[in-house]
Write a protein that binds this ligand. Structure first.
Ligand code: AMP
Ligand code: GLY
Length: 427
């Protein structure tokens, strides 16, 4: 039996907590900082998760055996390396790659070099700095529209511009490189070929040697119906992805997953954790759009409910390098989730709205994963743009979605907004 600490506060972390809590191996479960949903099933700890010393004190105090890092920021800042070889933490098991591994998400240029070195299919690219702006603009002239410009560093999911007009692309390149459009993150910009296809999220759990491919998912990133409007963290998801059939997933495994894990070994990257591969299906071929070094949100809210086997056992085997001993059982059922957000998100929005009706949601039909919520005077209040994700399982994604939408009708808060067309493109 293990004491477990999850870092993070979103729907992803509530979904991790929900699944971990079901394990026979879970003794005490802590989430830092957590939300009103994790508060119900675990002990929330008020903690700055980028303050590794504070995290280490909590780990000592609560005798934590397994640390599961939810978001990318602590990984990119080196939390795994912080505990490696640290006296008193020899037995701490960690889910999350080393800083070198986390660079696959922390630097788009590093990710592109990794893919090039290991022959992993991805869009052709070149990268530029302020000194090479003129070369970058000349490179744009050799490409066809649309133009894809990516800030090298972490930019909260906002650092990618896709532009149809060459002059606009040249101006934006200058804004990124010379005028710090995305701050330090755009000191280097990757310009790449546009991939014309349909996107899915592929999840892999690895101990750096062996791997398990988890259920795949499709995320709906735009705020508006028909995938229009501003990019968000994700407005809903379905799993599995109907267009990713067995033949296609076999190609993903052979051309992308295997060479990625072999690449970790060749490059001596210590990687024990989740790899989230953004894949574009172009015709029948898979290309990597990006690597993330964590689970996706809201994808986790559909991926984990489809896993039948014990997650703690699998995570512990991963952390000690024995993932090959784990067995993963996945339900045939489909899962869908719809994100309830605050009107105005992803721009400005109001918080502090009382959420009512949660007790009317049928626990047999849906799971409510909290994201931006908190408990104030025993009431559950909205506390972010993405407020909660309502997940349901069904024989296929449409039945799952119908259930999810039926349960959403029972939940209410001021300025609630959600997309009513999740899955619209899967017909
Ligand atoms: P990224 O942060 O790299 O995932 O990029 C954000 C989004 O931009 C992706 O989820 C894609 O929808 C889109 N995107 C990124 N790179 C490309 C590309 N080369 N071709 C087409 N779309 C892209
Ligand atoms: N849903 C996309 C992400 O987690 O980055």
């Amino acid at each position: 039996m293990s004491n477990i600490l999850i870092l993070g506060s979103g729907g992803r972390e509530h979904a991790l907590a929900y699944k971990i809590k079901q394990s026979k191996d879970c003794k005490q479960l802590f989430v830092a900082p957590g939300n009103a949903g994790t508060h119900k099933i675990a002990i929330n700890l008020d903690l700055n998760i980028l303050d590794f010393k504070a995290v280490s004190e909590v780990i000592k105090k609560h005798d934590i055996d397994l640390l599961v890092v939810g978001p990318e920021a602590p990984l990119v800042q080196g939390i795994t390396d912080f505990f490696k070889d640290k006296s008193g933490f020899e037995n701490l098991k960690i889910i999350g790659p080393s800083q070198k591994g986390a660079e696959l998400e922390g630097s788009k240029e590093t990710a592109k070099k990794f893919m090039q070195a290991h022959n992993i299919p991805t869009a052709k690219y070149q990268s530029f700095k302020a000194e090479t702006l003129a070369e970058g603009q000349a490179f744009l002239e050799t490409l066809k529209a649309p133009y894809v410009l990516k800030a090298d560093g972490l930019a909260g999911g906002k650092g990618v511009l896709i532009l149809n007009d060459l002059d606009e692309a040249k101006t934006e390149l200058a804004n990124m490189l010379q005028h710090n459009k995305f701050g330090e993150a755009s000191a280097t910009v990757v310009i790449e070929e546009f991939l014309d296809g349909i996107e899915l999220s592929v999840f892999v759990l690895t101990d750096g040697k062996s791997y398990k491919i988890l259920p795949n998912a499709k995320d709906y990133k735009r705020i508006g119906e028909g995938d229009k409007g501003l990019n968000t963290g994700g407005m809903g998801a379905v799993s599995p992805v109907p267009f990713a059939d067995d033949a296609f997933m076999q190609k993903v495994e052979n051309k992308i997953v295997k060479p990625t894990i072999e690449g970790f070994q060749k490059d001596q990257i210590d990687y024990k954790g989740f790899v989230f591969i953004g894949v574009m299906k172009v015709g029948d071929e898979p290309f990597v759009v990006e690597y993330n070094v964590r689970m996706g949100d809201p994808e986790t809210e559909v991926v984990l409910p489809r896993i039948k086997s014990d997650l703690v056992e699998t995570l512990e085997l991963t952390a000690i390098g024995k993932l090959e001993q784990a067995s993963l059982e996945i339900t045939e059922k489909a899962a869908a989730t719809v994100m309830l957000v605050s009107e105005g998100y992803p721009e400005s929005y109001e918080k502090g709205k009382t959420i009512v009706g949660l007790n009317n949601v049928s626990e047999d039909d849906a799971i409510v994963f909290h994201a931006g919520t908190k408990v104030v005077d025993n009431k559950i209040m909205s506390n972010g743009g993405r407020v909660m994700a309502v997940t349901a399982l069904g024989q296929d994604y449409k039945k799952a979605l119908n259930k999810s939408y039926a349960e959403i009708n029972k939940i209410c808060f001021d300025n609630i907004f959600f997309r009513k067309d999740i899955g619209f493109d899967l017909e």
